[in-house]
Design a protein around this ligand. Structure first.
Ligand code: ADP
Length: 269
């Protein structure tokens, strides 16, 4: 046994006694996860309660402008909690299904189109375009359509959020062996220092917690990406050059690559 101080996302610490044996490692991860998730929910909840209490004071509620401002803050906090709960539900569903390999043939380009539509506002705010590059025919993988869409969405949203304003985000599809395809989401942002790379897909791990939260991040996006990739028997490779940008490459078993002559199709939003 050893005593361990685990940092919680807001700088608080959790003291725990840790059994070093493997048998207890996964139980320990579960306990940490519940502690982190509860902690993440507590902050928006406290804000909501605080503003609801203030609004019961006639003076604050009587002023229309103040009322509107407070209601907007309460809505934002409630949405933050909703996003967190949605991500937690997604993660537990994906994990529950991890032993069943999904086999529906899923063409990926239409999914990127859907993601592009749903990221329209964010792309506009950042003045960025989502550029799709495709070589060697239509990429189709055996999988779970909704999960593959979520995987692409999480990577594209991050690329937009952490990318430089005005810089394009590229989603590139290319063959990676006879029955594999590689999808790479490329941004031109600040990049990620090498010491963070191995931990990025951990639940609630953030390089800059303040920045992540202020952009509405739950800290679960890449954990979800990792689990979806694993369920599809794929592999995730993250590389980054600080100051230049990052690349998130997902290798997936491909169902068919209709062997057209090599074409490069570039579509722009
Ligand atoms: P979040 O909701 O915080 O974005 P994620 O799990 O999606 O959570 O990502 C974890 C952390 O990895 C982020 O907080 C951010 O620090 C870093 N990160 C993710 N994608 C990128 C990217 N494209 N460029 C730079 N940093 C990134």
């Amino acid at each position: 046994w050893e005593m361990v101080l685990s940092p919680l996302p807001d700088g608080d610490r959790l003291v725990r006694l840790q059994d070093r044996s493997d048998a207890h490692a996964s139980e320990q991860m579960r306990v940490d996860f519940v502690a982190n998730a509860s902690h993440e929910l507590r902050t928006p909840l406290a804000t909501l309660i605080g503003f609801a209490e203030t609004l019961q004071d006639d003076e604050a509620a009587g002023d229309k402008a103040t009322l509107q401002r407070f209601l907007k803050i309460m809505e934002d906090e409630a949405r933050r909690m909703q996003q967190l709960v949605d991500d937690l539900i997604s993660l537990s569903r994906i994990e529950a299904e991890r032993f069943s390999v999904p086999r529906e043939p899923v063409p990926l380009l239409p999914l990127v189109e859907e993601v592009r539509n749903s990221c329209d506002r964010l792309a506009e705010e950042k003045n960025s375009r989502i550029v799709v590059e495709q070589t060697n025919g239509e990429p189709v993988v055996p999988g779970d359509r909704a999960q593959l869409q979520q995987l692409i969405q999480n990577l594209v949203v991050n690329a937009l959020k952490y990318g430089k304003p005005g810089a394009d985000v590229t989603v590139r599809f290319e063959p990676a062996g006879p029955e594999m395809i590689r999808m790479t989401v490329i941004d031109r942002g600040d990049g990620i220092a090498p010491e963070h790379l191995p931990r990025l897909t951990e639940r609630f791990y953030r390089v800059d917690p303040g920045r992540s939260r202020s952009m509405g991040g739950t800290g679960l996006g890449l954990a979800i990406v990792k689990h979806i990739t694993q369920r599809h028997r794929g592999r995730l490779d993250i590389s980054s050059k600080p100051g230049e940008g990052s690349r998130f490459a997902v290798y997936l078993p491909a169902l068919s690559s209709k062997s057209h002559a090599t074409v490069t199709e570039v579509t722009r939003s």
